[in-house]
Design a protein around this ligand. Structure first.
Ligand SMILES: [Cu+2]
Length: 498
């Protein structure tokens, strides 16, 4: 027999049973007298309701007490942020007043159903209106509400305050995406770069504008790491739907809204390790962290602060979980050092890179400083050998005299120097290592020196000021036995002649 048929048969039999019991009760009522039966029912029900009330209230109070160590705000789960205590107090005060109302109304409800149970000859009183009563039950809740709201407003203003201008704070960013948090840190410059949603691609998930130098050192870690006792400002936003940035242990919760940036400022007041130690000391968290893997040990040893999404944002909502680690200042600095710029790691010289085939501004500046330094030294030197400047970043295509594209930055520095010193005359010198045929090396070095000279002439330097000489492999500055040495020997340099 099929299961549905059995279920239908059972249902029919239960219905028959109920009908039979009802008929039996009816018959016994007729035998005993209907009124007496009803009075007895009323008494029994009224007493059972009282018993239920007591059991229910005892259960509520007992369970609240029993689970207090596992509820935020109580026992070892007191807030791990500076502002958290204030919010916890608000919750406790609200719980106190609503708790009184809860217990009083439950008692009244069940007491009334006992006290005014149906009885022979009792008539209900007609009470159309009672001003005194209505004033009391309006005024008392209104006063309590006003008190709670006033205290709430003060707490709101404290908790939601932004960072003052003169205050030092770490600023990070969290962007909610179905179904992930993309976290961004500012990198060594301490400033987050600008974003533009038009620039969002698979490789550039935040639409970072890489022409803004502040973006070049930003990094996107997969966990939140913060130093203890340091003010943090979190920029919160979303890329698709509503999300909510929720750090339960820190009492931080703020909606992440596409198009409307929000923020939250908070200060973690204990490290992850201190939190674990607190749970351990409570003795309530000794149960296994993972039943299926006892080797992980007790819960307190493995527990972490967490970032969650508190807005039901779709079917993968649950997976928007990230670890939050609060560490000492020294550990934080070490962690920062170990993080790699997202731009340099994933974008540099890809199609998303606006500097593709170009040097970054910071490298241009560094190389210029290096060049100017070397020139100033050579310019003041007296011996001919010391009046040589190596063009470290002038390179040629392999085996040819064609300058690489990036050589233009170093040559621009040389052009600047020649423009600034109109009397300066120089000899451009090409050198090779000793691999291959000496005559061919000689010729290649000559061509390369001339290639540099031609470049300078094309850029407005008078040819009379420039000579180009190839020295081939005759003037090594290093050994030709190692690759590093050979690289040093393959060089282009210039000597100041006057
Ligand atoms: Cu979400």
């Amino acid at each position: 027999m099929s299961t549905p048929l059995i279920i239908v048969l059972i249902a029919i039999m239960v219905m028959v049973l109920i009908v039979q019991i009802a008929r039996l009760t009816e018959l016994s009522g007729i035998l005993r007298g209907e009124e007496e039966t009803e009075a007895r029912d009323n008494r029994v029900q009224a007493r059972w309701l009282l018993v239920f009330m007591i059991a229910f209230l005892v259960f509520c109070l007992w369970s609240a007490y029993y689970y207090k160590d596992y509820m935020l705000g109580f026992g070892p789960l007191e807030a791990s942020s500076v502002h958290g205590k204030e919010l916890d107090n608000l919750f406790s005060i609200t719980l106190f007043f609503t708790g009184i109302v809860f217990i009083a109304t439950q008692i009244a409800l069940f007491w009334f159903s006992f006290r005014y149970r149906g009885e022979k000859g009792r008539k209900s009183m007609f009470l159309p209106h009672n001003n005194t009563l209505e004033i009391w039950w309006s005024v008392i809740p209104a006063l309590v509400m006003c008190g709670l709201v006033a205290k709430g407003l003060v707490a709101w203003n404290n908790v939601m305050a932004d960072v003052n201008e003169d205050e030092e704070a770490i600023e990070i960013e969290a962007t909610g995406v179905q179904f992930n948090w993309i976290l961004r840190y500012p990198g060594p410059d301490g400033a987050l770069g600008t974003r533009d949603y038009h620039k969002i691609t698979a490789a550039n998930p935040l639409g970072q504008d890489y022409t803004d130098d502040k973006n070049l050192d930003d990094f996107l870690p997969d966990e939140i790491v913060l130093p203890v006792n340091h003010k943090v400002r979190v920029r919160i936003t979303a890329r698709d739907v509503l999300h909510d940035f929720y750090l339960p242990h820190f009492r931080v919760k703020m909606d992440a809204i596409p198009g409307i940036p929000t923020f939250f400022v908070f200060t973690p007041k204990e490290t992850t390790q201190e939190f674990r130690d607190r749970l351990r000391a409570s003795g309530k968290y000794d149960f296994l962290y993972d039943e299926t893997d006892p080797s992980l040990g007790p819960y307190w040893k493995n527990v972490n602060f967490e970032l969650a999404c508190a807005e039901l944002c779709g079917k993968g909502h649950f997976s928007m979980r990230r670890t939050v680690r609060i560490v000492s200042e020294a550990e934080y600095d070490a962690w920062l050092q170990s993080q790699k710029s997202y731009y340099l790691n994933s974008i540099r010289n890809s199609d998303d890179d606006p500097y593709k085939g170009q040097l970054l501004n910071v490298d241009v500046a560094n190389r210029k400083a290096e060049f100017m330094d070397a020139f100033a030294k050579a310019d003041t030197a007296t011996s001919a050998a010391a009046r040589i400047v190596r063009l470290n970043y002038v390179h040629f295509e392999t085996g040819s005299a064609t300058l690489t594209a990036l050589s233009r930055y170093e040559l621009a520095n040389l052009i600047d120097v020649l423009d600034d010193h109109p009397d300066l005359r120089i000899e451009l010198a090409g050198h090779t290592d000793n691999t291959g045929d000496a005559a061919a090396n000689q010729e290649l070095s000559q061509q390369r020196a001339e290639s540099v000279r031609d470049y300078l002439v094309q850029h407005g330097i008078n040819a009379n000021r420039l000579t180009a000489v190839g020295y081939g492999q005759n003037r090594p500055v290093d050994t030709n036995d190692t690759e590093e040495g050979r690289q040093n020997n393959r060089r282009t340099e210039f000597q100041i002649l006057n």
